[in-house]
Design a protein around this ligand. Structure first.
Ligand code: NAP
Length: 319
């Protein structure tokens, strides 16, 4: 028989948004349950150096920051659950959610912090060579390319950070970008351009990931020039796709309003159209997408959930 757990605040996702909501919810005495999801800790756990989270003069590591947030949330009374929600009933009161192993969660308030995941190019060879040279996480897989040649695809902060990170392992890193300028922060661009181990190929799109060898693995990428249409081949042992992220909202399709895949919240709040249901972090944010903004909106969601519960129960919250 499957177990049923009830909570006043159920939080889906354990990145900075979910963990901040958990800290605030726990301190308000709501005993939140955090369903950690497929990637506990979220995108921060696959980030290395974090230099822009306030409070740390020295460079800190993403996984360490997540661990600290989680420890703080647990310390103040939040419960972490290693589970993945596979079904949600938002018409039921309390909300009713089903975990992967059959556990039923019922919740008076629900805070969705499911974040976003890496996007893929969708070109030939990408899927078949995934894990055999093609990756979306330099921090996870960069180590395998010590002394080898790697390419990074993309022109945003993630791509530039990945290229810089990969120089810890490889002395031959090529950034491939479809335009002739990067959209990443200037400070990162300066570091990239100054790095002797990194070259940039401008105006190039990957047409195909090419496999070969025994055991089979990536041997290079076929490129098309986005200006001239010329084709070329760039040899590579590893290719890192860093072209942005897609919000994790599949569970809510047809149940909540989405805008380009992102959950819609009332401007300036974390409220969705369903009373008692809140959303925070990258799952709602197509603009800022920073750990610190995710943490901030997670805090908002918990305060709003607390206020919602207080209004239901006929007394005022301290928010
Ligand atoms: P992003 O800023 O959306 O950049 C995606 C890059 O991939 C763009 O350069 C884009 O090209 C390129 N791209 C998209 N689709 C492509 C395709 N099909 N083929 C080839 N190239 C494609 O994504 P991100 O770099 O993952 O960053 C996401 C957010 O997180 C941003 O707000 C970023 O500031 C933030 N972030 C911050 C930090 C930090 O502060 N340390 C670190 C990582 C990420 P175009 O430029 O031509 O559109």
């Amino acid at each position: 028989m499957s177990a049923t757990r009830h909570t006043r605040m159920l939080i889906l996702g354990s990145g900075p948004a979910g963990l901040s909501a958990a800290i605030y919810g726990a301190r308000a005495g709501l005993k939140p349950i955090v369903v950690q999801g497929m990637q506990p800790g979220g995108q921060l756990t696959i980030t290395t150096d974090v230099e822009n989270y306030p409070g740390f003069r020295e460079v800190i590591q993403g996984p360490w920051l997540t661990q600290e947030m989680q420890a703080q949330a647990e310390h103040v009374g939040a419960e972490m659950v290693w589970d993945q929600i596979v079904d949600v009933d938002l018409s039921a009161r309390p909300f009713r959610l089903t975990g992967d192993g059959g556990t039923i969660y019922t919740a008076d308030t629900l805070v969705i912090c499911t974040g976003a995941q890496a996007k893929w190019l969708g070109v030939e060879g990408e899927e078949s060579l995934s894990g055999k040279g093609v990756s979306a996480c330099a921090t996870c897989d960069g180590f395998f390319y010590r002394g080898k040649k790697v390419v990074v695809i993309g022109g945003g902060n993630t791509a530039v950070e990945e290229a810089l990170y990969l120089t810890n392992h490889s002395q031959d890193v090529t950034l491939i970008h479809r335009r002739d300028s990067l959209r990443s922060e200037k400070i990162l661009q300066e570091r990239l351009f100054a790095h002797p181990a990194i070259k940039v190929l401008w105006n190039k799109k990957v047409a195909r990931f090419v496999g070969g060898g025994d055991p089979a693995g990536l041997v290079g990428v076929d490129l098309v020039d986005t200006v001239t249409g010329e084709t070329s081949h760039e040899p590579a042992d590893g290719a890192f796709v860093a072209i942005g992220h897609k919000p994790s909202t599949e569970l809510f399709e047809g149940k909540l309003e989405l805008d380009g895949g992102y959950l819609v919240v009332e401007k300036g709040t974390s409220r969705t159209a369903i009373p008692g249901l809140f959303a925070a972090g990258d799952v709602t944010d197509k603009v800022y997408r920073q750990a610190v903004t995710a943490a901030g909106t997670g805090c908002m969601a918990a305060l709003e959930a607390e206020k919602f519960l207080a209004s239901q129960e006929g007394h005022s919250a301290a928010a």
